[in-house]
Design a binder for this molecule. Structure first.
Ligand SMILES: Nc1ncnc2c1ncn2[C@@H]1O[C@H](COP(=O)(O)OP(=O)(O)OP(=O)(O)O)[C@@H](O)[C@H]1O
Ligand SMILES: [Mg+2]
Length: 234
């Protein structure tokens, strides 16, 4: 593989959190990881090991204490907040473990949020109608065509999760990062979402990094890695 096909290179990442009683809790301890374009990677590991922490670093939402992250050929962990936000909006879709939908917005409006963030007001006004159609199409893809006007409080946990998935896909991100994307779904809905990810990965070449305990998702993965002692092991 040539260098240009590498999406992420992480070298020696460390991250600790302050402990309430003083001292530090080391979470990431010299983590190395590389992902090629178009890969579907599943990350597994026991609860509290640091999977979400690592995903937040990959999503440019947080910075490591030390080590480097090269994303699409550029160092990003040292970039400014604004620069990282711009890269994230343009290139990365994120499905959080706890969804973070905006409560005042309908399902449809929540799905369209990435479109408003990545565009100027004028450009969004021009795109809005098309964006609505795309959001409806995505809600349909996750089985929620008939819930577009519901607000998050009016949706079940699994339905919220699926709105979050549709939202993450809205901008057709080059990279999709998912934290337990099927954690609240029944087996059938979960399989549906897994198939959707696998199909998207195969047809669009989107790179997907998915933290999950779901063995079904692991079966779709090109690579399954484990997190242990603050590192990724294959
Ligand atoms: N903001 C924070 N401040 C202090 N400690 C934190 C913070 N966030 C996470 N931790 C601690 O860091 C460790 C790693 O947390 P993280 O959320 O990355 O785990 P995880 O592997 O995603 O777990 P799970 O599978 O339960 O979601 C945990 O032990 C947690 O208690
Ligand atoms: Mg987690």
């Amino acid at each position: 593989m040539s260098e240009s096909k590498i999406v992420y290179t992480c070298r020696g990442l460390t991250k600790s959190y302050p402990l309430p009683g003083g001292g530090m809790l080391p979470v990431l301890q010299g983590l190395d990881f590389e992902v090629e374009q178009g890969e579907l990677v599943v990350i597994q590991g026991r609860s509290g090991i640091g999977k979400s922490t690592f995903l937040h670093l990959l999503g440019l939402l947080d910075r490591p204490d030390s080590g480097e992250i090269v994303f699409e050929g550029k160092r990003v962990e040292t970039a400014s907040l604004g620069r990282r936000a711009a890269v994230r909006a343009a290139r990365i879709g994120f499905v959080f473990q706890f969804f973070y939908l905006l409560p005042e917005f309908t399902a449809l409006e929540n799905v369209m949020i990435p479109g408003t963030i990545s565009r100027s007001v004028i450009s969004w006004m021009r795109y809005r109608k098309q964006g609505r159609a795309r959001a409806l199409e995505l809600l349909d893809a996750v089985g929620l065509a008939d819930r577009s006007k519901h607000r998050p409080q009016q949706l079940s946990g699994g339905e919220r999760q699926r709105v979050a998935i549709a939202r993450a896909l809205f901008n057709r991100p080059a990279v999709l990062l998912c934290d337990e994307p099927t954690g609240n779904l029944d087996v059938r809905t979960s399989e549906h979402v897994q198939d959707l990810f696998a199909r998207l990965n195969a047809t669009t070449g989107q790179t997907m990094i998915i933290v999950t305990h779901d063995e079904g998702m692991a079966r779709h993965a090109g690579r399954v890695v484990h997190m242990e002692n603050g590192r990724i092991i294959s």
